[in-house]
Design a protein around this ligand. Structure first.
Ligand code: NAX
Length: 329
């Protein structure tokens, strides 16, 4: 049996946490021969609820689950961690401006970035799910002294999965037949689900779905607004699908990407595709092996895509400017 891997999860008593922990503990993420320690981080008032979740983990008697540590202490929560999944954040409330939200969450991610740098394992990787996830990841990355920038990610996989599912439905094929779907930019309503490079059964989407106006309008809008549609229907934001996307992201980052394909995750830009260096932006990523990834180069960006990508990058620059006090020089 391998040595256990340690996974820290913030917001562990929340609804995404509830859908996420049990799958990690069951082996669905790191495999059937990989024991797991869980460090579950919550704010003080949520610790009683978190203890209930821990009782349920106990009651599953998962063969692969080793230590479970529920805590509100960041040092304890990130001690020795190999994967930090930053899910917890403060939701936007009525009357709150986007800037207020950035400021409140910014402080959380400053502290978490520092605590990760102080306590985590040398190979730590960080996936930010809590919104605004790109900018929260930017703040954590810039405050985690000594942790390489390529270890920070923000989640856009839910958007990718949503986009694949919409294209598959329209083309009446199984969603596994949709590949090369890149989400560009921010995980927000400006994100760009790139249908121009996506494939269905290995063919360009436009060869299969001839309704170009649908692709340019309804498709993009449906993906961008899907989160709001779920809230309207369910009375609560997406949780199981978000947890599933976090799992897909981690799996895609620890497994080589199938030849010719890519996956979407926001990473620290190296300037590829004219995306300002240092921003956390979603783009096409290939995993070479566990711990090693690269931006896929040479993906064609036509004028329509350029405009959409630029709009989302502009939003990321504005978010970055709004939190610049939290980014040490
Ligand atoms: P919940 O409100 O159910 O849970 C959030 C949990 O985080 C709560 O238990 C809260 O006590 C905890 N928390 C708050 N501040 C914390 C802190 N400083 N340290 C540790 N824990 C803290 O929200 P949930 O539905 O689970 O969503 C969590 C986050 O995911 C939200 O920010 C949400 O906007 C974001 N999402 C991101 C998605 C993505 O694709 N990137 C999609 C789904 C989701 O909307």
């Amino acid at each position: 049996m391998k040595d256990p891997i340690t996974v820290s999860i913030t917001g562990a008593a929340g609804q995404i946490g509830y859908a996420l922990l049990f799958r990690i503990a069951s082996g669905a993420v790191f495999g059937p021969d990989q024991p797991v320690n869980l460090r579950l981080i919550e704010i003080e008032p949520a610790l009683p609820a978190l203890n209930g979740v821990v009782m349920e983990l106990d009651d599953c008697a998962f063969p692969l689950l080793r230590e479970v540590v529920p805590t509100a202490d960041l040092n304890e929560g990130f001690r020795g961690t190999n994967w930090a999944l930053l899910v917890g954040s403060v939701p936007r409330k009525a009357g709150m401006e986007r800037g207020d939200l950035l400021g409140i969450n910014g402080k959380i991610f400053t502290g978490q970035g520092k605590a990760i740098a102080r306590n985590a394992a040398k190979d730590v990787r960080v996936l930010v799910v809590g919104n605004p996830c790109n900018t929260n990841a930017l703040i954590a990355m810039n405050n985690a002294d000594g942790v390489p920038k390529e270890r920070f990610f923000a989640m856009t996989r839910l958007d990718e999965n949503r986009a694949k599912s919409q294209l598959a439905k329209k083309a009446s094929v199984h969603h596994s037949k949709v590949t090369n779907l890149c989400i560009w930019g921010n995980h927000s309503a400006t994100q760009y689900p790139d249908f121009t490079n996506a494939k269905i059964n290995g063919r360009p989407v436009a060869d299969v779905i001839s309704h170009v106006e649908w692709l340019k309008n309804d498709f993009i809008k449906t993906v961008q607004q899907r989160g709001a549609a779920i809230i309207a229907a369910r009375g609560a934001s997406s949780a199981a699908s978000a947890a599933n996307a976090a799992i897909d992201t981690v799996k895609s980052l620890i497994t080589p990407t199938p030849a010719g394909d890519w996956h979407s995750v926001a990473v620290c830009s190296d300037g590829s595709y004219g995306i300002e260096k240092g921003l956390i932006a979603s783009m096409p990523i290939r995993t070479i092996e566990d711990g090693k990834w690269e931006v896929v180069q040479g993906v064609p960006v036509d004028a329509f895509s350029r405009e959409k990508i630029d709009a989302s990058i502009k939003e990321l620059q504005e978010e970055r400017d709004a939190v610049k006090d939290l980014l040490p020089k």
